[in-house]
Design a protein around this ligand. Structure first.
Ligand code: 4AD
Ligand code: MG
Length: 479
């Protein structure tokens, strides 16, 4: 008989008909010659209940129905007398597809997150990880649907690159060279001409620079792929391999960029509420009792749009009133996560889009704000700053911190080159990027959303290692 997925079997009301389901045993209990199996096949958080009489089966078969075993059940679909489920199956035939003995690592309930990371090959079979992974899939669908419906083209940027987009230098090298036998020049510098690509190459930290090439040809593109950062950050918010969504749009200004950021995130959150109800209800009950309320709250909120300079003023005011921060917050300092959290969680109590950052800690490609006579600058809605600022627009979220990093791009060749000189950057490998500013340059903007940070927010999970099937972090590349 053709197999029915558990999600469909649970919706089926043709009571009395024959049905076949296959899946993994979550639990088995028995009393007075009757056994009950909770069976799950991953199609839904919900299990289907299988009921059988001991006397209809071989004793050996019943013994082999252990937690974790894979079985196929054929029987009759019946209306369930038990609360909380519409239907169940009265088993006529049970086939053991895969035995599971008592060394199965997921036998006990309530295992810690840390323990589950050591069995990442099996943890997708738990309720929580099943829910997270189905939500993860749904968020990917939301993203593609959003951009497709809004006329963006999915643009594939390379994972292997000879340039460093963020200029932070935390890249993983790609080489086929024997590292113990490197060819070097007289100064001791490695020569790459005999390497696979004939030059030094790395895994990309961002598809943005190539994304800009797409946007200045197709008008609006997005990327959605893995990115890699060799930063030695052992935090609950950083992975060495994470997925990033990077839309890039021609003719978009700073205000429109912020509109896009806000609209896009809200669309994704709404999608989760509309399409992942069962999984969200499970997480809301088991992981975080305020999850659904928080997701609904974000849809109602209008995100605050806050120039960095005003943010610094608020932080300094708070310090004056007795608030203690570990890190300084003078104008020009990069905000620490404690500062972001104060603004988002305590001061505004809603998401904040921060704009107009000092150029000292932002990337070279950002659009420079107009200078004032005294060396300051004018940014979003006429806000003035004591020094030069750039049109960055980062979205800060409650409990996550930075979820989006974005900016308007500097479209003027001369201004961009002035910034490159100020930073003493070597642009040899970026000649093609500079061509966008030489040939029909245009205003454009874009952002990068960290996919796992979005999943953290939508699931209420606390650690980024628990929202990707196989996390890559310092000293960990297992599975
Ligand atoms: O702020 P970032 O570094 O921005 C860029 O890479 C730009 N080129 C994006 C663009 O404008 N197209 O990174 C973007 C986002 C961050 O806001 C964060 O959500 C996520 O990527 N992110 C990480 N997520 C997990 N682990 C890491 N190590 C991350 N680094 C950044
Ligand atoms: Mg950033």
């Amino acid at each position: 008989m053709k197999r029915t997925k558990v999600i469909d079997a649970l919706k089926c009301t043709t009571y009395g008909s024959d049905i076949c389901v296959k899946g993994w045993v979550r639990s088995k209990r028995g009393s007075k010659g009757i056994f009950f199996i909770a069976l799950n096949d991953g199609s839904t958080i919900k299990n289907i209940q299988i009921v059988g009489e001991d006397s209809n089966f071989h004793e050996e078969t019943i013994k082999r129905i252990t937690t974790g075993a894979c079985i196929a059940v054929s029987g009759t679909l019946v209306e369930s007398p038990a609360a909380g489920q519409a239907s169940e199956i009265q088993a006529k035939d049970i086939e053991i597809l895969g035995d599971c003995d008592n060394t199965y690592p997921l036998q006990k309930k309530g295992a810690s997150w840390e323990y589950l990371r050591t069995v990442a090959h099996l943890r997708p079979r738990t309720n929580t990880f099943g829910a997270i992974l189905r939500i993860r899939h749904n968020m990917a669908m939301a993203i593609h649907t959003y951009f497709h419906e809004h006329g963006y083209f999915y643009f594939h940027t390379p994972l292997i690159t000879a340039s460093d987009c963020e200029g932070a230098g935390n890249m993983f090298q790609v080489t086929t060279k024997n590292l113990y036998d490197l060819k070097k020049d007289e100064q001791g510098k490695i020569i790459y001409d005999d390497d696979f690509f004939g030059e030094q190459t790395s895994l990309t930290v961002s598809g943005q620079l190539e994304g800009e090439l797409g946007a200045t040809a197709l008008g609006a593109i997005y990327t959605f792929g893995p990115t890699f950062r060799a930063e030695n950050s052992n935090t609950p918010r950083h992975l060495a391999e994470f997925w990033m969504i990077e839309p890039e749009v021609a003719f978009l200004d700073q205000e429109e960029l912020m509109d896009l950021e806000e609209d896009f995130i809200k669309y994704c959150v709404r999608w989760a509420l509309d399409n992942c109800k069962d999984d969200l209800e499970f997480l809301n009950k088991m992981i975080d009792k305020t999850l659904i309320e928080r997701l609904e709250g974000v849809l109602k909120d209008t995100f605050v749009r806050l120039p960095y300079t005003q943010g610094i003023n608020i932080l300094q005011e708070a310090v004056k009133n007795g608030k203690k921060f570990e890190f300084p917050c003078e104008w020009g300092d990069d905000l620490a996560s404690e500062h972001e959290r104060y603004l988002v969680e305590e001061y505004f109590k809603k998401p904040v889009i921060m704009t107009d950052y000092p150029r000292s800690f932002k990337s070279f490609y950002m659009k420079q704000n107009a200078a004032t006579a005294d060396g300051g600058s004018v940014g979003y809605k006429g806000a003035t700053a004591p020094g030069p600022t750039m049109q960055g627009t980062d979205v800060l979220f409650p409990s996550i911190g930075e979820i989006i990093g974005g900016s308007v791009r500097e479209e003027s060749y001369d201004k961009l080159m002035a910034e490159v000189k100020r930073r003493d950057m070597d642009m040899t490998h970026l000649w093609w990027y500079l061509d966008t500013r030489k040939y029909g340059s245009c205003p454009h903007a874009g952002f990068g959303l960290g996919f796992e940070r979005l999943i953290l927010f939508v699931t209420g999970m606390q650690n980024i290692r628990d929202v990707i099937p196989f996390p890559r972090t310092p000293k960990n590349a297992e599975f």
